[in-house]
Ligand binder design. Structure first.
Ligand SMILES: [Fe+2]
Ligand SMILES: [Fe+2]
Length: 430
C-alpha cells in the first residue's frame, strides 16, 4: 500500500511512518490506544488526568498551533483529496467558530484545549494509512492519528493534555456499534467510546466531532464528497462490504444519477443499485443534524445547531434541489462551463498533491453521463457557486469576532488560531 504512493516529494519521515503502519506499527499503535482507553475512558480516569493538565493550560505557548502546523507540514502535504489540507484548514476555522459560542466558551479550558487540538488534527492519520483499508487494519486513521500526535506533538503539547488529545482523536470517528477486525489470524473487537458528557467532563471528546461535522455539511461537503466519488470506493457502512459495480463507469453513472429515492424504495432493490447515490448521501447527512434518534447531534448547543449548522444545511439542500430540478435549456458550452467552474472549486477547496489527477478523472467521467443528467448537474453546480460565495462571506464575517473563551492561557491560543484561520480563509476565496 504505501509503496505505490511513494513519490520523491514525500518526506522520508512520512515514508518511514507509512512503512511502520503497514507493518508492526498497525498493532503497536492499536495497543497504545487500548492502554489509553483503559486509563482515560472511565470517568475517574478522565477527571484525574484533567486535574493534572490544569496547570499546563496557564503555561501554554500562545503560538502552539502555528508550531504544530509547522511540525505537521510534511504530513499535511500528503493528505488525500477529500480529507486533505483544505479540510484541516477549515477544521481550524471551525474550531474558532465553536469557541465563539458563549455556552461553550464557559466550559473547562482543559476540555476546550483538548477539543481544539483534536478538532484541528483529527484526520492527520490519513497521511500515513490508507483510509479505505480500514476494515483490514487494527489501527484506522483515527488510531494512527492519535498515535502520531503522541509522537510529533511531544515537547509542544504538555504531557497530560497530550494524552487527552490522543483519546479525543482516537474517538472522533464516533462509531456507534462494536465491530471486529481480523488480520493475520488475530481478531480484535473495536468498541464504541465512552463519551457521555457528565458535569462537563468529556466535552473534549465531542469538539472534534462538531468541528468535523461543520465541514461535512454545506458546499464544502458537496465538493469533498464528489471528489471521493471520482473512483469507486468500497462502501463499508455498518462494517459490511456491499456489492460493488463491476464496471467503474457504471458506478459513476449510478452515483451521479440525478435522483433521490426514499430509503424504503432503495431497500427493495438489489445491491449495488440500493447504495446511496451522491444526492441521497448529501440529504442523509443534512437530515442527520436534526434526528433525535441519532447520537451525532446529541449535545449540539442552540448556537451550534441554529447559527453554525443550519445555514450549511440550507445551502446543501439548495444544491441538491437545483440538481434535481428541470434544468434550463443550457447550451453545450454553458454545461461545460458550469462543470468546469465546479472542477476549479474542487482545486480551491481541496488543494494537494493528487487533486489535478482527480479533477481530470472527474472531468472525463462527467462525459459518461447522458445529456439530461449533465444539464442537471450543470444547473446544480451553478447554484453551488452561488451558495459557496455565501459560505465564504459568512466564514469571513464570523472570523472577525474575537473568541469568547475566558481562561487567559487559552484565550491567547485561540486568538492566535483565529489569525491563522483568517489567513487560510483567503486561500478559499471564490
Ligand atoms: Fe476522520
Ligand atoms: Fe474529518
Amino acid at each position: 500500500m504505501p509503496e505505490k504512493e511513494q513519490r520523491p516529494n514525500i518526506s522520508a519521515e512520512v515514508i518511514a511512518y507509512r512503512e511502520f503502519f503497514a507493518k508492526e506499527g498497525d498493532w503497536e499503535a492499536f495497543q497504545e490506544i487500548v492502554r489509553l482507553r483503559e486509563e482515560l475512558e472511565p470517568l475517574d480516569g478522565w477527571k484525574r488526568r484533567k486535574e493534572l493538565a490544569r496547570a499546563e493550560i496557564e503555561a501554554l505557548d500562545p503560538d502552539i498551533f502555528t508550531k504544530l502546523f509547522e511540525k505537521f507540514a510534511p504530513y499535511t502535504d500528503t493528505l488525500p483529496p477529500g480529507h486533505g489540507r483544505g479540510h484541516m484548514q477549515r477544521d481550524a476555522i471551525n474550531v474558532v467558530l465553536i469557541m465563539q459560542d458563549e455556552e461553550i466558551a464557559k466550559a473547562d479550558p482543559v476540555e476546550l484545549f483538548v477539543g481544539a487540538v483534536g478538532g484541528v488534527f483529527h484526520d492527520i492519520g490519513n497521511s500515513v494509512v490508507e483510509r479505505y483499508d480500514e476494515p483490514f487494519r487494527y489501527s484506522g486513521h483515527a488510531e494512527a492519528g492519535a498515535y502520531l500526535i503522541g509522537k510529533i506533538g511531544k515537547g509542544l503539547i504538555p504531557p497530560n493534555l497530550l494524552s487527552l488529545v490522543q483519546l479525543s482523536i482516537a474517538g472522533h470517528t464516533h462509531y456507534t456499534k462494536e465491530f471486529s477486525v481480523e488480520k493475520e489470524g488475530r481478531a480484535v473487537l473495536k468498541k464504541p467510546y465512552q463519551d457521555e458528557v457528565i458535569d462537563g467532563n468529556r466535552l473534549g471528546m465531542w469538539i472534534p466531532r462538531w468541528t468535523d461535522r461543520l465541514d461535512t455539511n454545506g458546499p464544502t461537503l458537496a465538493v469533498r464528497h464528489i471528489i471521493t466519488k471520482a473512483e469507486p470506493t468500497v462502501d463499508f457502512s455498518g462494517g459490511k462490504f456491499q456489492d460493488v459495480w463491476e464496471d467503474p463507469e457504471d458506478d459513476f453513472r449510478h452515483q451521479f444519477s440525478p435522483v433521490v429515492r426514499t430509503s424504503e424504495a432503495r431497500a427493495k432493490l438489489p445491491a449495488p443499485k440500493n447504495t446511496t447515490d451522491v444526492l441521497e448521501h448529501l440529504l442523509m447527512f443534512s437530515d442527520s443534524n436534526y434526528n433525535p434518534n441519532l447520537p451525532y447531534p446529541k449535545y449540539d448547543t442552540p448556537y451550534y445547531r441554529w447559527h453554525l449548522m443550519t445555514p450549511l444545511v440550507s445551502w446543501q439542500r439548495q444544491f441538491v434541489l437545483a440538481t434535481l430540478a428541470e434544468p434550463p435549456a443550457f447550451t453545450q458550452e454553458e454545461v461545460s462551463k458550469h462543470i468546469g467552474d465546479f472542477l476549479k472549486l474542487c482545486k480551491t477547496l481541496e488543494p494537494g498533491e493528487k487533486i489535478d489527477e482527480k479533477v481530470e478523472l472527474l472531468r472525463s467521467k462527467f462525459d459518461l453521463l447522458d445529456e439530461d443528467a449533465r444539464r442537471r448537474w450543470a444547473n446544480g453546480f451553478k447554484t453551488l457557486s452561488t451558495v459557496y460565495t455565501h459560505w465564504y462571506g459568512r466564514e469571513d464575517e464570523l472570523l472577525r469576532e474575537q473568541t469568547k473563551v475566558e481562561s487567559p492561557g487559552l484565550y491567547a491560543v485561540i486568538e492566535s488560531l483565529r489569525k491563522v484561520g483568517i489567513n487560510s480563509l483567503f486561500g478559499f476565496m471564490p
